[in-house]
Design a protein around this ligand. Structure first.
Ligand code: APR
Length: 245
């Protein structure tokens, strides 16, 4: 049983505006690997930074396609965990609640969260790398990377790769939510990838209380008001229960 500081409990009980940023750590208890965990199986020899780039797709499209097909299969096989569901409950209790995620696994949608900003896209969606048309179906097990029915361009996952810019509207909405909230949560993220990592600082600069829930300390830890180091699937449900019963 975790004892939460009374000042945090009180603050959350009366909070009207909250923003939450999640990273791969919140999906770890759903069995999905985090980014900076070692890769598994045949992917162990690669680092995400080597595969999740336009250059990698241009030079080895099939390798990049196969890595995402592998991760899509994993995401499809995963279920939200207690941490995802606790955020659904929190959204019901806080009048103005925004969930900003770096995750592309779709588990927040599956859990039932409503106001979600997917900063890095969604791995379950696939679009044409040339004309941008979204594919409604494609075969996963192919010798070649599937092609767009419209222009015959190579299909690619609808995720943001390194060196690519984030979807503008989602990022602008995330910055607004961070700047306007009274409480900002940073959950399951190493806080090393920009611009997502800057959101907590933006919130703090506007006077928000910042709470970190993460398995390990991060570069953000020295700048937060409350830090809980452990599993988000354990901490979040206990926090929601303590604050809102
Ligand atoms: N509960 C809470 N935190 C956890 C758990 C857990 N069960 N398991 C792992 N963590 C923490 C780790 O301590 C780590 O700090 O989750 C964090 C995951 O960090 P990363 O693997 O760096 O993932 P993330 O922060 O989401 O990466 C950000 O980088 O590679 C890009 O686009 C990619 O969205 C990704 C971005």
């Amino acid at each position: 049983m975790i004892t939460f500081p009374p000042e945090l409990v009180h603050l959350l009980r009366k909070a009207a505006r909250a923003a939450v940023l999640t990273g791969a750590g919140i999906s770890q208890e759903s069995g999905l690997r985090t980014f900076r965990d070692a890769q598994a199986g045949l992917w162990v020899q690669y680092r995400p930074e080597e595969l999740a780039t336009p250059r990698a797709f241009a030079s080895t499209p099939k390798l990049v396609w196969d890595w995402y097909a592998h991760r899509r299969r994993a995401a499809r096989g995963a279920q939200p965990n207690a941490g995802h569901y606790a955020l659904v409950e929190m959204e019901k209790k806080v009048p103005n609640f925004t969930l900003i995620t770096q995750n592309v696994d779709g588990l927040h949608h599956l859990a039932g969260s409503k106001k979600i900003l997917e900063l890095h896209g969604n791995i379950l969606n696939v679009r044409c790398s040339q004309c941008g048309t979204f594919a409604d179906d494609w075969s996963e097990e192919t010798e070649e990377v599937p092609r767009c029915k419209k222009c015959n361009g190579l299909l690619r996952p609808n995720v943001v790769w390194f060196e690519e810019s984030l979807p503008r509207e989602q990022l602008e909405a995330a910055v607004r939510a961070a700047r306007n909230c009274q409480v900002f949560f940073s959950i399951g993220t190493s806080g090393v990838v920009q611009p997502a990592a800057a959101l907590a600082h933006a919130a703090r600069n506007e006077g928000a209380v910042v709470v970190e829930i993460n398995a390990d300390p991060t570069p953000l830890t020295p700048n937060v008001d409350f830090a809980f180091h452990g599993k988000s699937g354990e901490i979040l449900p206990e926090l929601v229960k303590t604050v809102w019963g």
